[in-house]
Design a protein around this ligand. Structure first.
Ligand code: HEC
Ligand code: HEC
Ligand code: HEC
Ligand code: HEC
Ligand code: HEC
Length: 168
């Protein structure tokens, strides 16, 4: 191959690789691990209408959305449903200062940069990326969160789409 052919083939490979990524199904749709204490979003965020931000306090201000410490749960569970086994276990954690080790459900690879606050500030609803969490007895990943998913929405909304937006 002469150098001209090599120069031409590099962008072609890149385009093919990107097309593959965009079209390939994600590995994670449907991922719904058992949590150390079953936490039911339908009861809390659905039936009892507790705001997402009451528990995920940093979602508007940081790249990552925080998961609440047991002290937040205790605001209610010192009194609410204290006879239920799972709530007793929660109390055990709290009294022994042992954090509940929640298992991460949505997880981008390290080479992807994502930032919650930028999206929330632009009025993108949680459900666009996480589905209808208020109906979930157990959190499940419903969107692929792969590159095509991100890039398509950025294109539709005139959000920045050069590679360094998400890979830095
Ligand atoms: C534009 C898409 C998008 C929107 C909108 C969004 N999220 Fe996320 N969320 C993600 C992605 C992607 C991850 C995984 C991030 C990672 O692993 O770095 C994530 C992870 C999380 C996590 C785990 C902790 C973390 O930050 O990694 C929580 C909790 C969460 N989101 C809650 C929320 C809540 C609550 C809202 C609405 C107020 C929301 N998200 C809106 C895409 C989104
Ligand atoms: C603002 C109040 C409030 C907060 C904060 C709260 N809960 Fe609850 N929780 C409730 C209510 C109300 C119920 C339903 C009680 C019932 O049906 O008797 C409930 C029920 C439960 C149950 C029993 C579920 C079942 O199947 O019956 C568990 C377990 C639980 N919560 C865990 C948690 C955990 C873990 C946290 C912290 C991450 C938390 N809760 C934070 C109000 C709250
Ligand atoms: C009472 C506290 C509480 C409220 C209210 C709440 N969450 Fe959560 N959320 C949790 C806890 C605890 C976890 C970790 C356990 C789990 O994944 O079920 C969690 C996990 C999540 C995750 C998965 C994080 C990951 O690891 O990828 C998402 C997404 C999420 N919540 C979104 C929401 C949205 C959207 C709302 C509002 C509609 C909401 N939550 C309301 C306590 C809460
Ligand atoms: C529902 C539409 C939508 C989806 C899905 C979405 N985004 Fe965005 N994103 C936006 C919008 C709109 C902005 C512009 C926010 C602004 O103007 O501040 C943005 C901004 C960003 C920024 C900040 C850009 C900057 O200027 O620094 C990053 C980083 C980002 N998105 C990463 C991602 C990643 C990674 C995913 C996929 C996991 C994703 N986004 C999915 C709509 C979306
Ligand atoms: C709006 C966000 C966003 C933009 C812009 C973006 N990417 Fe990505 N990219 C992602 C996400 C999210 C993944 C992770 C996909 C997954 O895990 O399924 C990814 C994965 C990749 C991978 C995958 C490696 C692998 O095997 O998983 C490569 C290579 C890549 N991107 C290159 C690029 C190039 C080159 C550009 C510029 C043309 C670009 N990306 C622009 C979000 C973005």
């Amino acid at each position: 191959m002469n150098t001209k052919a090599i120069k031409m083939s590099v962008p072609l490979i890149l385009v093919a690789a990107i097309a593959y990524l965009i079209l390939s199904p994600s590995r994670y749709v449907g991922y719904a691990p058992d949590q150390p204490i079953p936490f039911n979003h339908k009861i809390h965020a659905g039936d009892n209408n507790i705001d997402c931000r009451y528990c995920h306090v940093t979602v508007e201000t940081s790249a990552h959305a925080s998961v609440p410490p047991t002290a937040v749960c205790m605001n209610c569970h010192k009194l609410v449903a204290t006879k239920k086994d799972d709530v007793k276990r929660l109390l055990d954690h709290y009294n022994n200062k042992k954090p509940v080790e929640w298992i991460k459900v949505h997880d981008e690879p390290d080479f992807v940069f994502f930032n919650h606050s930028r999206h929330i500030a632009r009025g993108v609803d949680c459900s666009r990326c996480h589905g209808n969490v208020t109906e979930m007895v157990k959190v499940e990943q419903v969107e692929s969160l792969n590159m095509g998913f991100c890039v398509n929405c950025h294109r539709e909304n005139n959000a920045p789409n050069d590679c360094s937006t998400c890979h830095r």
